[in-house]
Design a protein around this ligand. Sequence first.
Ligand code: SIN
Length: 553
Amino acid sequence: MSLGAIQRLPAAVIASKVMALAQQVDFLVVGAGVAGLRAAVELADHGNVLVVTKESVGESNTHYAQGGIAVAMEGDADVALHLSDTIAAGDGLVYEPAARALVTEGPLRVAELIGWGAHFDEENGKLLRTREGAHSLPRILHADGDATGAEISRSLAAFARAHERIRFSEWTTVTGLVAANGCVVAADLLDREGRHERMNARAVLIAAGGAGQTYSDTTNPAVATGDGIALAAEAGAELADMEFYQFHPTALSLPGAPRFLLSEALRGEGAYLRNDRGERFMERYHPLLELAPRDVVARAITREGMGSGPGTVRVVHLDMRHVKNINLHERFPGISAELARYGLDLQSDLIPVRPAAHYLMGGIRTSLDGRTSLRGLYAAGEAACTGVHGANRLASNSLLEGLVFGARAAQAMLADGLPLVAVDAQELPAARLSADEEEKLEAVIAQLQHAMWIYAGLLREDSTLREGMAAHAACEAGLAQFAHYGRGNRRLAEAHAMSRVAHAILHSALARTESRGAHFRNDYPHRDDAHFQKHSVLKRVEGQDELIVFEAW
Ligand code: SIN
């Protein structure tokens, strides 16, 4: 681990199986996606920053974002329309001040990013814009056709790496947050050689992204295990809106293949959805057809894809064979290359699709400035819940969210001016799992992921969610056999994180007895504003179980 500007404190404990050092830095950022990197850049003018990430800097949900970044760069009317689209997609639950901050500060943040070296696709010196679901006009910038996240990640990481006060600790897992007198003052880190160390910091930002891996079917990379959300919850921070998991309508659906994302921009450029009878079925579900809000399209595909008997599945396809005005291979080079691996071609083939877990609207509850319910702990990006997306995120608002709220959280961390409190490291057990134990652990994880997909997926009801709770209890029992290892192993830490996130999703989904946005209950199929135009907040109360309260923000 490169320590650069980080100051080394005396080692607290070195035992036979243990290596735990305590060090310090001004600001600790957990996660190297768009929110974490943007925050690091803001913080670095005022102190030393350590960015910790579980794999290499490029490996985040940000990197895999395809379609683009939604931004209104044409003045006040454009901004107002972006605001109303964001609010409409969120199905009555968008926290308006958060959405206003997103759309009004977004243009500045994108312009700044372009100034730092990000290249978006353009023609004759004009930025190209595409359209996606529930946008009233084309406002989505893209890069290299369908690799927008990769370009944002590349440009921000290069800018951050050039800053002498920013250091990166790659392949490092955060295994716990440390509080003193009610304030988060440090985090425990584990590197890939199994070495532990404690990092004291004035302020800690969680920007560790989402938790798609909690579900067996997801567009998210393997690193998206909800670690940051679980760490914050374990330290006592409030979570909010955890029942709202967005399922992307169109992931590749081939047996044995990963659920590769097939960007909504494909529908923005004219793709149709067809059922197994070849019908364009979206007219039965929404006037915006294939460009309806994402939750509507995902549920429509699920319904069209349900077979007549248990276990039978009908195939739904994306169809671009009629799109002749653009060269699809040039416009979508990444998607075309991936499909070619399976012998499929956007121009000439029907592409089998199905929904997959994609983005968590809920997360660590924060103020508009990234402050969590714990002093010293901040959150931004997908790990956070400001209420900006309500019950259903507008397509391509998430990269913008990372830029805007990453910068805001950093400004709050600077404004709060918290002192450094050095807390010595504690003895930590080393955990090397045997091959047999690794296999057992993977089985426990796979069962949870499968149960979440079946019981807490697109269509839920009381009985399925209770089945999910039983599966969660089985997962916890499975994890108990590894209790002697603590969190001394990355995969164990991930398993505990997924389990905690799954529980929060199930608990919140059981409590919301209505349907809204991404949360659809077969037993309560209607939106109930009288009781539930509110955010669910999960609180930890001393000596009690987790408690859910519904709050109007
Ligand atoms: C996509 O390209 O469809 C994903 C965009 C998003 O999740 O906002």
